[in-house]
Design a protein around this ligand. Structure first.
Ligand code: PRP
Length: 225
């Protein structure tokens, strides 16, 4: 079954299935949903349950690893999802990007040691090999991209890579490890995404949630600045 057929097979269910990212984005995302009028009980914040039904809101939450959110949405097992722009850029899935939620702000940057010197064929470590490859290709630079799954800042410190491409939020990890940001590649915020078939079949529910979220975003201090 292709993603759309799989979605169509499950489209008889009524609740809007939302892929929520577990971990650091969940808290800000669930607060934004609350501000938009979605009644999420606070004890959900610490739950280990992976599927949470919210019949009073007409939704069920699928608690997903953030990097997997676009996959669930592309295959239609979630109608919509919340995901960082970093993951969207890296995963390049066939989904609609509906709304910039303006939460979990950070940036994707090229990082290195302050005394970094250009080498002929540098090694670049990253959790985002596709983003990094595209960036250096566009810069006309040949690099070897090394995929790591976390603690990327280790790579230049122990000689695995000359530079890294990684997310910077507060800059604390860089400061504590004596690294510097050399270039910002793009800004990151969380986005609301939708499965293409769900967007048509459940348009009213999705559009209504989008409108409520947009109001909540606009009501935040500093919105529109
Ligand atoms: C992310 C990212 C940086 C850090 C940036 O790592 O990869 O290491 O956060 O945040 P800061 O600028 O506020 O210090 P994460 O905490 O997700 O863990 P990881 O190293 O296992 O990827």
């Amino acid at each position: 079954m292709n993603p759309n057929e799989l979605q169509a097979a499950g489209s008889g269910r009524e609740l809007l299935k939302v892929a929520m990212p577990k971990g650091r984005i969940y808290k800000v995302a669930s607060n934004l949903f609350r501000e938009a009028g979605v009644p999420i009980p606070s004890d959900f914040d610490d739950t280990r349950k992976l599927i949470i039904e919210l019949p009073e809101a007409g939704m069920s939450f699928i608690m997903a690893k953030p990097v997997d959110v676009p996959t669930y949405v592309e295959y239609g097992v979630a109608d919509i999802g919340i995901v960082g722009k970093d993951v969207l850029m890296e995963e390049n899935k066939d989904v609609y990007e509906l709304l910039d939620l303006g939460i979990a702000k950070c940036r994707m940057s090229v990082i290195g040691l302050p005394d970094w010197k250009p080498v002929i064929h540098p090694r670049v470590a990253t959790k985002y090999p596709s983003v990094a490859s595209q960036y250096f290709r566009e810069q006309g630079q040949q690099v070897e991209v090394i995929k790591l799954n976390g603690s990327i800042e280790l790579a230049p410190l122990i000689g695995l890579a000359d530079r890294i491409v990684d997310m910077v939020e507060t800059g604390q990890t860089l400061r504590e490890n004596g690294l510097v940001e050399m270039e910002t590649i793009f800004g990151i915020t969380s986005r609301l995404i939708a499965n293409r078939v769900s967007y048509r079949m459940k348009n009213e529910a999705i559009q209504s949630l989008c409108d409520k979220l947009q109001h909540a975003i606009a009501a935040k201090p500093g919105a529109g600045v």
